[in-house]
Design a protein around this ligand. Structure first.
Ligand code: AMP
Ligand code: ZN
Length: 462
């Protein structure tokens, strides 16, 4: 099997080759925990999840690290604006530490609801200050830094930082010019004096009491846990030009090893109706608990994300989510029905093998999951594929989709209800629709919804 991935470094689809056969090392930029994580963020976290599943599907072991940004992440990625954590703490009248803990817990709950496989380790920026200081010291020793007005800056004229393209801060109109910077693309590694004198989170350092700039945490923690060179780095497309270019520059400058990372995988945005990027700063965002309150399951959102390739913008709407919900429910009930359909040994057919190959080819073609999903429905709708094989294929496909079908329980239904349902099925198959309707109403009154399938039915508690 040969997994191809689009690499933002080379702007090409490339055959994935791990550095070591033992395990694939992945780092994902995690959330900044100053507010709830929205479904746009989760689209990106789901992308990393599908990527990990695709790697496992291709028999790779994985070591995955994700950071939690729980300090000094400013509203602008050019070291200006407000400290998001501090602003949230003031608004909610809590300490920054409490804010970080509350939203980290909420984030982890979302991951569980979405069936996202947890990373091997979450690394919190506040827990690895020493690693960040060590990296800044190394950069200082190697001559890549300067100090201005108490802050330590990375000097981009000493190391080119445009491997992921573009990203010239000067061209970004809304960013204010920082007079301390030699080049506007330079960035802060360590703050001692800044606008945020009331910052709660401060640590001793060779440059004075202060706190790290936000890019350094990813470089320091990724290097600490994955080594000076590793396989894959993921994140949303908004991080590419500044955050990730800066990560590359400082990591390679600190370790003198390049490339720091072999494959950069970036996900496109989830956008609102007006085509704007869903963002926490706008206040207009949707969370997983919001969806659950509105009667959806987090897995409906998971299903929805399968419909758009990860490098294409995804338009979110309630209508789209509703159709994802019915498709997801149909998938689950079809699986339960097929599973209950019979024993006997599995004999794979040529047709089943053809579908499996088609599915694998789509997954391995830079995670073409919309196509993989289409193949799944083609299998389920193909009368020539035996039911037993459908179950087998569905479970293998689910290793990528991550619905945990294997764990789905058909809820036990009282005998008297089953008897009514059986009577109704007989009536329906005899085309006695009057009786069938009457029985459906009786079932409904007893709290059961009946969904028809071709030869049978699925009963659900309302
Ligand atoms: P943040 O907490 O803002 O650093 O975001 C966490 C992750 O979500 C990052 O990888 C971002 O690139 C990603 N992200 C933010 N907004 C969106 C969006 N609207 N659609 C997809 N990914 C997003
Ligand atoms: Zn990062």
């Amino acid at each position: 099997m040969t997994l191809k991935l689009y690499n933002s470094l080379t702007k090409k689809k490339e055959l994935f080759k791990p550095i070591s056969k033992r395990e694939v090392k992945i780092y994902s930029c995690g959330p900044t925990v100053y507010n709830y994580i929205h479904i746009g963020n989760h689209r990106t976290f789901l992308m990393s999840d599908f990527l990990k599943r695709a790697l496992k599907f291709n028999k790779h072991n994985i070591k995955h690290i994700m950071n939690i940004t729980d300090i000094g992440h400013l509203t602008s990625d050019a070291d200006s604006g407000e400290d998001k954590m501090l602003a949230a703490a003031k608004k909610e009248r809590k300490s920054v530490w409490d804010i970080a803990k509350f939203y980290t817990d909420a984030f982890k709950n979302d991951l569980k609801s979405l069936n996202i496989i947890a990373p091997n380790k979450f690394t919190r920026a506040t827990e690895h200050i020493r690693a960040q200081i060590t990296m800044i010291k190394r950069l200082e020793k190697n001559g890549f830094t300067y100090i201005k007005d108490g802050n330590v800056y990375f000097d981009t004229s000493k190391y080119s930082n445009k491997k992921l393209g573009g990203g010239n801060i000067k061209q970004r109109a809304r960013v204010k010019k920082d007079p301390n910077k030699k080049q506007q693309n330079d960035f802060v590694l360590w703050f001692t004096k800044s606008k945020f004198q009331d910052q709660d989170m401060k640590w001793d350092s060779p440059w004075g009491l202060g706190y790290p700039g936000w890019h350094i945490e990813c470089s320091a923690m990724a290097t600490k846990f994955l080594g000076t060179q590793f396989d894959i780095h993921t994140g949303g497309e908004d991080l590419k030009q500044i955050h990730h270019n800066n990560e590359i520059a400082q990591s390679e400058a600190a370790t003198s090893q390049k490339p720091w990372v072999n494959y950069w995988v970036h996900g496109a945005f989830l956008v609102n109706k007006n085509k704007g990027k869903m963002a926490r700063s706008s206040g207009d965002f949707v969370t997983i608990p919001n969806l659950e309150t509105a009667g959806f399951d987090a897995l409906d959102f998971r299903y929805l994300t399968l419909g758009t390739h990860y490098r294409k913008q995804m338009l979110f709407s309630e209508t789209a989510l509703k159709s994802a919900q019915s498709a997801r429910k149909k998938l689950f009930s079809t699986y339960i029905e097929l599973r209950s359909g019979g024993r006997g040994s599995l004999k794979s057919t040529k047709l089943g093998d053809k579908y499996f190959k088609q599915f694998t080819d789509s997954v391995n073609d830079d995670l073409n999951l919309p196509k993989a999903l289409a193949t799944t429905w083609a299998v389920l709708n193909d009368k020539k594929v035996p039911d037993k094989e459908k179950v087998y294929l569905l479970l293998r496909f689910d290793n990528i989709f991550g619905f945990n079908l294997r764990k789905l329980k058909s809820k036990s239904i009282p005998f008297r209800i089953k008897r009514l349902a059986e009577k109704r099925l007989k009536a329906r198959l005899k085309k006695d629709f009057k009786t069938a309707d009457k029985l459906r109403k009786m079932l409904k009154a007893k709290g059961y919804e009946i969904e028809d399938t071709i030869k049978s039915y699925v009963l659900k508690r309302k």
